[in-house]
Every structure is written in structure tokens, then in C-alpha cells.
Write a protein that binds this ligand. Structure first.
Ligand SMILES: [Zn+2]
Length: 231
């Protein structure tokens, strides 16, 4: 780096020293946002994988919004639980009917496994993330007092939107299905001590931008976005 360039604190690209708005990420180099940027980590919190928890913003009232599981995720989870229950009913019928060489153990095994898996996934995905302006709290779960992940709304200083590049090379080793290079996006909270909390991740950039914008307007704090494209 020489005297005519400097590093953008958001996207870490080298930009001309005269640029007030970064030509790579469009973030302003001045004022409050710049102070947050210098202290905060701009690498994605979530790793390079496909474990996407699909939640979306729901406006409950003028003073309360919640991130909740999308309808498609909910219906998928209920289908897994439904299949497990059918399997368990078949297992009971076969066991009680005393058929010789019966395959009851297969139904018991599948039923129990699918039920435990289904309920575990359902709990993880149905756990809401709540922003309550009256209580002045953010928390993950059904009650602020019981939540492990929580903070005061006043301590949230900005919303961070980041992109994560997912290389097809990494994915082929995990499964035999060939996939294309892709991106995943995440919304994080930035706290006043520069700590971050991951809220949601999704492959749908439009939805992520929409929800991040609504959240920043609801909390009345800046929305800072760094979406990287491969050169
Ligand atoms: Zn930049």
C-alpha cells in the first residue's frame, strides 16, 4: 500500500485515498459507521457449509418483531415427524400381531430415529429470535429470563450483512452430487463492544436484504453490507 491508497475497513480492498464511499462495497468511509467498521470482524460467522436455518422476519406488532422458521421448513419438519409416527404405529401393529419373521425392528428403528431427529430439528428451527422495544430486549427463545443468547436493544449498534462464497470443490467431497459455486448470506447484530450475534443465514440475497433493511429501520440503526463477488 502506498500513500495514495488505503484499506477499506469493511471489505479490506485497497481504495484510492480520495474515495469517501468505497467503490467495492459502497460503504461510507467517514463518521460513526467507519468507527464501527474498524472495531468489527467482517469475516462471516457461519462456516462453509449448507446447514442453512431458514428463518424470516415477522412483524408481530409495532414494538415487536420475531425471526421465525419459514413455512416450507415447518412443513418439512412436520413431514419427518409424521413419517416417524406412521412407522411407529406399523411397528406396534406388527409386534402385537405376532407375525413370524416380522420386520418390526426396522419400523421401530426408523420410527424412533426419525422422531428424535424431527423433534430436535423442529425445536432448533422453531426457536424464535425476538426483538421487543417495550421490554428493550433481544433474545433467542420463548423467554428473556431463560435465554442463553440475549442482549439489551440499546447495546446493538448496527446490522451486518455478509456473503460467504461456497466453492463447488468443497461440496463434491461431501457428497457425490455435483454442485455449482454458490453464495450464502448472513445477517448479524453488531454490539457496542464489537461482539457479533448471528441471526439468520440464507442463499436468498433478496430476502436477506429485505429482512435486514426492515430490522435496521425497526431498531433505527445503520445497515452495513459487504457482499463480495469473485473477481
Ligand atoms: Zn469497501
Amino acid at each position: 500500500m502506498n500513500a495514495t491508497t488505503r484499506e477499506c475497513p469493511f471489505c479490506l480492498e485497497k481504495i484510492d485515498i480520495t474515495e469517501i464511499t468505497c467503490s467495492y462495497c459502497n460503504n461510507s468511509m467517514e463518521g460513526f459507521n467507519n468507527k464501527i467498521a474498524i472495531k468489527t470482524n467482517w469475516a462471516p460467522i457461519k462456516g462453509n457449509d449448507f446447514s442453512v436455518v431458514e428463518q424470516e422476519l415477522n412483524e408481530i406488532s409495532k414494538t415487536r418483531i420475531e425471526f421465525l422458521a419459514t413455512k416450507s421448513i415447518k412443513s418439512m419438519e412436520f413431514m419427518i415427524i409424521g413419517a416417524s409416527l406412521i412407522s411407529l404405529i406399523l411397528a406396534i401393529i406388527i409386534t402385537l400381531s405376532d407375525i413370524k419373521d416380522s420386520p418390526a425392528f426396522i419400523f421401530w428403528g426408523f420410527g424412533v430415529f426419525a422422531l428424535v431427529f424431527g423433534l430436535f430439528m423442529l425445536k432448533a428451527k422453531l426457536t424464535p429470535r425476538v426483538f421487543d422495544l417495550e421490554q428493550k430486549h433481544y433474545y433467542k427463545g420463548s423467554k428473556y429470563e431463560l435465554a442463553k443468547e440475549k442482549c439489551d436493544i440499546i447495546d446493538i449498534v448496527a446490522i451486518q450483512v455478509l456473503s460467504e462464497f461456497i466453492s463447488a470443490d468443497n461440496l463434491i467431497s461431501e457428497s457425490n452430487i455435483k454442485r455449482k459455486d454458490s453464495y450464502k448470506y448472513e445477517i448479524n447484530l453488531i454490539l457496542k463492544d464489537a461482539q457479533r450475534i448471528n441471526l439468520v443465514e440464507s442463499s436468498n440475497l433478496q430476502k436477506i436484504r429485505e429482512d435486514a433493511k426492515k430490522l435496521s429501520e425497526f431498531l433505527n440503526i445503520p445497515l452495513l453490507e459487504v457482499i463480495k463477488k469473485i473477481k
